[in-house]
Design a protein. Structure first.
Length: 278
């Protein structure tokens, strides 16, 4: 009887430990455009979603995702749903910074999208010196495996505006506090800044969020997270990031350099982290 109880306890502990793990990712999937000759969306999106399934992403943010691309991904990922609207009209038009989540594990409560702007965060507009309208999608999720809640935010910073990137970082931190109160936070995105940039430090040294890269016990960083279809791969330079708050901890982090027939699923590599509830 004693041996049976010990065995049951071990099984329960193993199940509990497994339930605490969470595979989180950020993936700029590259917009659908006919100018990407040799790397067209129709030829690569099956490989892109196969990558997601193989690496067992459970919740992840995407950037440069347009409605048709989201529909294609949804068809290949039937266990997933997504939240987020287009930046051009607050509905279907323009880039979405959507959040995909595995419905077997998570359910979403409150959610929304706000514009990265000093004047109006509720309607489409450009902020500061940004070249384009930029948005952040957020949702409060419940992990069905343990009942815990957290806020997930996903964004795509401007590629031109220096002030816009710096101020967008401040705005996101303020909005996270407004929406989430004391809930743990996961923040993903293509920030268009590497780990040496001022706007990066606005986040990483905020005392609020931490870069999972710095916390990971195991790091897989073979090269930069941007690849430009193989034309501009650098030894370093992470412009796609994942930030977290406590009580999340990080076991491993990776820039996933999967290819197919020598081609890339996107002009960015996805970045993934295995998190745990502390």
């Amino acid at each position: 009887m004693k041996k049976l109880l010990i065995s049951l306890s071990l099984v329960l502990c193993m199940g509990f430990s497994y339930a605490q793990k969470m595979n989180v990712a950020s993936f700029n999937i590259r917009m659908k455009t006919d100018s990407d000759v040799g790397n067209l969306w129709k030829d690569r999106y099956t490989h892109l979603t196969d990558l997601i399934k193989f690496h067992e992403f459970e919740i992840f943010g995407v950037q440069e995702a347009f409605k048709e691309q989201l529909n294609d991904m949804s068809a290949k990922l039937p266990d997933f749903k997504y939240i987020g609207v287009g930046r051009d009209d607050g509905a279907d038009k323009g880039e979405h910074s959507s959040i995909f989540y595995d419905t077997k594990r998570f359910e979403v409560g409150k959610s929304g999208t706000f514009w990265l702007s000093p004047t109006d965060t509720e309607k489409p507009n450009k902020g500061w010196d940004a070249a384009l309208p930029r948005i952040c999608t957020w949702g409060i999720f419940k992990d069905k495996s343990n009942g815990k809640k957290f806020i997930f935010m996903n964004t795509h910073f401007d590629h031109v505006g220096v002030e816009a990137r710096r101020e967008s970082a401040k705005l996101i931190l303020a909005k996270a506090k407004e929406f989430a109160k004391d809930l743990p936070l996961i923040l993903t995105g293509d920030f268009n800044i590497d780990e040496t940039n001022e706007a990066y430090f606005t986040l990483a040294k905020s005392g609020v969020v931490q870069d999972v890269y710095d916390l990971a016990k195991i790091k897989y960083e073979p090269n930069s997270s941007f690849n430009a279809w193989g034309k501009n791969i650098q030894e370093k330079a992470r412009i796609d990031h994942i930030f977290i708050t406590k009580p999340f901890t990080v076991r491993k982090y990776g820039i996933l350099t999967d290819t197919y027939m020598g081609k890339f699923p996107s002009d960015h590599f996805p970045v993934m982290a295995e998190l745990s509830w502390k």
